[in-house]
Each structure stands twice: as C-alpha cells, then as structure tokens.
Design a protein around this ligand. Structure first.
Ligand code: SAH
Ligand code: SF4
Ligand code: F3S
Length: 448
C-alpha cells in the first residue's frame, strides 16, 4: 500500500531546491519551501544531504532547458553513491511544457514532474514517488490553488517578492510563457495585503510585486493603480517595485497615480523587444515604435526623474539589418538605464516557431554584441551623471565584502555602498553624496 500523504515527512525528511528562470520561479520556490516545511520536512543546502531534490525550471529559451537537462543528469549521479539515493522531481515551466514525456524511457532520471499550478500537492506526490508509483506528472492549471499558495517560510532579509498575477494572455508569437503559466488571473487584494503585512511583520521593508503583465492587474474593482495605493499603505514597507509591465497598460493616469506614491520606485522595466514596426507586428506586440516611445515620454512627464529598463530580442525570424538598425537607434535615442538582450530562440508550439529561424547564429551574435556595446554606454552615462550628486538611499543590507560597509539603493534603483556608522539602520533612508563609481556600484559618503 502506498504511504499516506502524512507519511511523506517520516520517510522523506530532507529536501533540496534549485531554482532557474525568472523572479516568479524564485517566488514559487518559496511557496514550495512553505508547503513542505509545514509537513515537517526540512530544507537542506546541499543536494547530497537530501532525500528529495526539486528543480524549478524555465523554458523561455532553449539554453535554459539544456542547462537543466545537464544538471538533472549530474544530480542523478548522486544515486550511485548511496544505497537509496534522493528522489528527483522537476517543477516549473519545463515541467508544465513537457509533462509526462519527461518520464518516458528507461533512462529518465526523474521520479515525478509537477507543473506550475500544482505545488500544493507536493507532499502527496513525494509520498507516492517514495512508494515507487509510476507516471507521476501533474500539469493541470488550477486557479484556486494558485491563490492559496503563499510563501510560508520567509527567507531572511528586507526585500521580498509577492506574486499578484499569474499567467499571460498576450501571446507574443515567440513566447512560451502563456503555455507554461496559463491564462492571466489576478490574486484578490486582501490575499496580497495579508502577504505584504506578513513580510512587514517579519522586518521586510521592500516588496517587488510580480506578474507577467502586471500593469493589467484587475481584481473586482481594484486596478493596478489601486493595488499600488493599498500596498503602499502597509506600515513598515518603505519601497515598492513591480515587474513586468506591458507597454500599452501604462497610461497617463497610472503614471500620475504612481507619482503620488513616494514608495513606488522611479525605475520601470518596460520590454520593447524590437525597434522595428514590422517586427513588432509579427511578434504580436500590440504597439508601434512611436506608441511605445510616447509612453516613455508620458512617464517622464508625469513622474519627473523616472527611468526605464527594457528587454530586447535580436534575430527574430525575418529580422533584416535595417530592422536591427531601428532597434539600435531606439536604444541610443531612449537611453535605457539597462536592458536584458537575448538571441531569438524558437520555442516549439509558439506561432513564430512555424517560421524558419532564418537569422544565422553568427549574425545574431554580432547584432547582440553591437547592441550590448551601445547599451553599456547608456548605463555608464547614467552612472557618470550621478557622480558628485546628492541622493537619498534606502539601506538594505550589509556589504557582501565587508561588515564595515552597508549597501543601499536610490529611488531609481542604483546600488550605493557607504561606510557603516553606528547610527545607520538597515531599512532606513539616509542622504549621501556620490564620490566614486566602481563597476555598476556607486560609492557614497553620508551627509548628516
Ligand atoms: N512577461 C514579461 C517577460 C517574459 S520572458 C514580458 O512580457 O516582458 C522575459 C523576456 O524573455 C522577454 O521580455 C523576451 O525579451 C525574452 N524572450 C521570451 N521568449 C523568447 C524567445 N523565444 N527567444 C528569446 N528571447 C525570448
Ligand atoms: Fe511572453 Fe509576451 Fe506574455 Fe511577456 S507579454 S509573458 S513576452 S507572451
Ligand atoms: Fe522562464 Fe517560466 Fe519565468 S519560462 S522566464 S520561469 S515564467
């Protein structure tokens, strides 16, 4: 007889989690920690010490999947060192995308596969895997479960993620996310507020709200502006970030509402993907270049000092040198503070994967490096502009290098390091003058 779910904790005490992909996956891994710890399991830091290995995966580009495949095989090696090696379960977007096929074949090192909406069932699934049950894959989308799942075990530190939306309805033609995360849905405000309050109660002072298209948040009569307002009011929360916005959701009203909320940081991530109208259209991005740039202008007008970062894909099928040049021009013109830049990777099941991936790898690489060069100048310019200026920072942690320094962030998210003095408290704001640039970090001296 298979063990009952409760017995999972008796047989399989120690679990280890490795997380790949975006912030949403890191958030979900915290949910998983909570679900398992509540059942008496204990998290360990090394896979060799565990009874169960969980790998939370990403499917957004082929490279992300290849990396996980390599890692799974490596971890499976642990089984040969012990009489009864750890179970291995795959979670996340790759689990959702490939489901039971991952278990096929005698050689599959995986014991179970759990998609993005099924983590509440993990204790039961682990118990069943321990009982040597086969075909353990769970990939249904389950909206209610999503809302109930909250991280119950909070990592230390002041900064935390809170998922407020799940899924995506935009179906950009290159993107796997709508298939791995399901349809767009927003969490109820009271659930979100409870989560943020718990963070504040445990000395958290910064939250990053997460959603694939977060600015389209809507639950009953609360829209994204309303959500920001309510989260802003939680006592103890000093700083509020969010990602990722879809350009056309950012209206003058929303910018104006954010301007009134000093805790909302003055940097917004707004993926453009391409600077060519022709490519934007075949990507099914629902704006033209001119519309996108107008949104940036609106933002800067309504929120003085606002800066933007972005995402860009190079080498989309059919992208010509002229199309790419338009992207390059856009990046020069708009001076993004930072950009995540990717080579196009065809994803099976998406619309654009039906077209030939016709931009040769060398061309993609060459375009990517030209783009990165331009963007690196942008980033450097922003840092240079801040030299000598006075800025307010929120102290957020002890420096990684020495206890004698503290790290903080400006309202537009530049990292600043200062020498520690006894009256400085993590979670509070101080004014500093910027005196040096080290890599992408600014060095500041406190002004009293
Ligand atoms: N929800 C966010 C992020 C989605 S994935 C948004 O809408 O912007 C993060 C980034 O990965 C995307 O912005 C895009 O630039 C990139 N990306 C997505 N699919 C890709 C693919 N098939 N090949 C290369 N990059 C991709
Ligand atoms: Fe993917 Fe587009 Fe949705 Fe972002 S908006 S998750 S890029 S489909
Ligand atoms: Fe990757 Fe899934 Fe996030 S595909 S980018 S982990 S939503």
């Amino acid at each position: 007889m298979p063990p009952s779910p409760n017995q999972a904790s008796i047989y399989m005490k120690k679990f280890y989690v490795e997380t790949y992909g975006c912030q949403m996956n890191f958030y979900d891994s915290q949910v998983v920690d909570g679900v398992l710890e509540e059942r008496g399991m204990v998290k360990v830091d090394r896979p060799e010490d565990s009874d169960v290995i969980l790998i939370n995966t990403c499917s957004v580009r082929d490279k992300a999947e290849q990396r996980v495949r390599g890692r799974v095989n490596q971890l499976a090696g642990l089984r040969y060192d012990r009489e009864e090696g750890p179970l291995i379960g795959l979670l996340g977007c790759m689990a959702q995308r490939l489901g039971g096929t991952l278990l096929e074949g005698k050689k599959s090192p995986l014991d179970f596969v759990v998609g993005t909406d099924q983590y509440m069932k993990l204790p039961e699934i682990i118990a069943r895997a321990h009982g040597k049950e086969a075909d353990l894959y769970f990939t249904d989308f389950d909206h209610v479960v999503t809302y109930e799942a909250q991280p119950k075990s909070m990592p230390p530190g002041g900064s935390h993620y809170v998922a407020v939306m799940h899924g995506c309805d935009k179906f950009c033609t290159y993107c796997i996310v709508p298939f791995t995360r399901g349809r767009e849905r927003s969490k109820p405000v009271d659930v979100i507020l409870r989560e943020v309050e718990t963070i504040a109660d445990q000395d958290g002072f910064e939250v990053t709200l997460l959603g694939q298209t977060i600015s389209s948040y809507k639950h009953e009569d609360v829209d994204f502006a309303g959500l920001l307002e309510q989260v802003s009011q939680v006592r103890g929360i000093e700083s509020l970030r969010f990602m990722t916005s879809y350009p056309t959701d950012l209206t003058a009203e929303l910018f104006a509402a954010m301007e009134k909320l000093p805790k909302v940081e003055r940097r917004i991530h707004l993926p453009v993907q391409s600077g060519s109208d022709r490519i934007l259209k075949i990507m099914n991005r629902r704006y033209t270049l001119a519309e996108y740039e107008k949104i940036l202008d609106l933002g800067r007008r309504e929120m003085p000092g606002l800066i933007f970062s972005t995402d860009i894909i190079v080498g989309f099928p059919g992208e010509t040198e002229e199309d790419f040049q338009a992207t390059l021009d856009l990046v020069k013109r708009q001076r993004f503070v930072s950009a995540y830049m990717f080579k196009y990777s065809p994803r099976e099941g998406t619309l654009s994967a039906r077209n030939e991936d016709d931009v040769p790898t060398e061309v993609k690489e060459e375009r990517l490096s030209r783009l990165m060069e331009v963007q690196s100048d942008n980033t450097q310019n922003y840092l240079q502009e801040r030299m000598g200026s006075e800025m307010e920072i929120l102290l957020d942690e002890t420096s990684k290098k020495t206890k004698n320094q503290l790290r903080g962030r400006t309202r537009d998210q530049f990292r600043v390091v200062v020498d520690r003095s006894p009256q400085m408290r993590i979670g509070s704001r101080i004014r500093v003058r910027i005196v040096e640039i080290r890599g992408e970090t600014l060095m500041g001296i406190p002004l009293s």
